[in-house]
Unconditional design. Structure first.
Lengths: 242, 242
DNA sequence: TACGATTATATGTCTAGACATATAAGTCAA
DNA sequence: TTGACTTATATGTCTAGACATATAATCGTA
């Protein structure tokens, strides 16, 4: 019933302390709200200095597994808002990862001054130039998704001269605009004439829609809508406790 | 051009060091692959001890913003697989957060020995008892989602006696089974007769489907399918750079 | 030139202290 | 009972060292 694992000190001490506590939390032995031993107790238990247990507890706090309160102690956090890590890969990477042949086709590209609708979609007030792109991704020559994108040229001037007839704009942006933030909205629609034609599915068939709005440091970069055939495509998200 | 901010030392020193570096990474001033100043350089620059800059850099490493290599230095990581944190709230919480009146209705509840289909859905080999639940959530008396759930009683025996006619099973589980892991699959379908009736939408209308499979420490807990009217419901995921 | 041994060095971990600070809990007066 | 004040205490931050360890770079040799 000791906190100390019987394992030899193969890993470092603070990692062992962290793993010991994490295990107790994950197995439910220490349920949400449970008070973790005080630092000075852990110091006594492991026979180390306070900085060492402090490092272990600080990392658990950074991982949102525990909550630290001055004077009160450290407590197991209750599983907060249920959140999941949703991997939304670059479509080319996604298709090639499935072992299928990736195909890309630029349908439409236009450089224009931002219309009111464009500004609204990008969430900017200022007028400016944008690139509007419509393209299609396919896997093994079967339509996989159609993409409708707007790029703010005041944030990404290089996009004006990029050759999107060969490289999909998503991949291009990924390599030219590092460290972005994004917001995704997922919804379902049924295919209208136009969508059905582009995806080679029946009118009225379900489609999964991903709207992604991307920015960097409060500067809008791009807004994109991706349409997938709803019966064949699946988004998988893995939730890791916490 | 100093690393030191001109701001007074209101926050603590290591937090300022961390924020300084983070800012340079996020603005792109230090692009992916860029080598961050060595610890001893930062020590000289900020006039503090190595443990202090080490704490700042360790946190950046834990956040996957930088990568630390012995003898080589610390480097800005390139934005890895595009991933997003998808908040999938408990439905009751989700609805009340929107400021709407939450309504709940148990449609069907059955305790039974697991059928082959049940075992398949729960991903277990062993036979055992399960609770099958169908229920409906509403917001302001408008159907919001229908839920079809299976709970593995060998993992959650208390669920056999829980009163799901008053409390939705999702909320109940959230409070009785801490620290779970889950996998979500999101897809789109069109409403069939049955679904359309339950959601009070037209047959053929789009629906967003969330299949969630939940376990804890390799023990299956529950499998649930949630059906939302696709045109009214949106899942929002926020991606934080990295 | 290629490969193996050596060395220098940046990070990784840890210590035994210190003072700061927020706050739970107790104390006392209105 | 309530509110204001005091105190004890757990965490937060920081220091000036130390030794460990992985590895990039150098040097020497085949």
């Amino acid at each position: 019933m000791s906190l100390v694992t019987d394992a030899a000190d193969k890993p470092t001490l603070y990692k062992r302390i962290r793993a010991d506590i994490e295990k107790r939390i994950l197995t439910g032995e220490w349920p949400p709200g449970h008070r973790i031993p005080f630092e000075h107790e852990l110091v006594a238990r492991y026979g180390c200095s306070r900085m060492t247990v402090n490092k272990a507890l600080s990392e658990l706090a950074q991982a949102d597994l525990i909550e630290r309160r001055r004077r009160a102690g450290s407590f197991v956090r209750r599983p907060q808002h249920m959140s999941a890590v949703l991997k939304i890969a670059d479509i080319r990477a996604e298709i090639t990862a499935l072992g299928r042949a990736y195909g890309y086709e630029l349908i439409h590209r236009k450089l224009r001054a931002a219309t009111a609708a464009d500004r609204d979609r990008l969430g900017v007030k200022r007028a400016g130039k944008v690139v509007a792109i419509t393209c299609r991704h396919s896997a093994d020559n079967v339509p996989f998704a159609v993409e409708d994108r707007l790029i703010d040229l005041s944030s990404v001037p290089d996009a004006a001269s990029a050759d999107f007839s060969r490289e999909p704009p998503g991949s291009w942006l990924l390599h030219h605009v590092p460290w972005t933030e994004a917001e995704h909205t997922i919804s379902a629609i049924v295919a209208d004439d136009h969508t059905a034609g582009a995806l080679a599915i029946a009118v009225g068939a379900p489609c999964l829609v991903i709207d992604r709005y991307t920015w960097r440091s409060a500067r809008t970069i791009t807004a994109v809508r991706l349409l997938y055939p709803g019966d064949s495509h699946r988004l998988v998200a893995r939730f890791k406790g916490g």
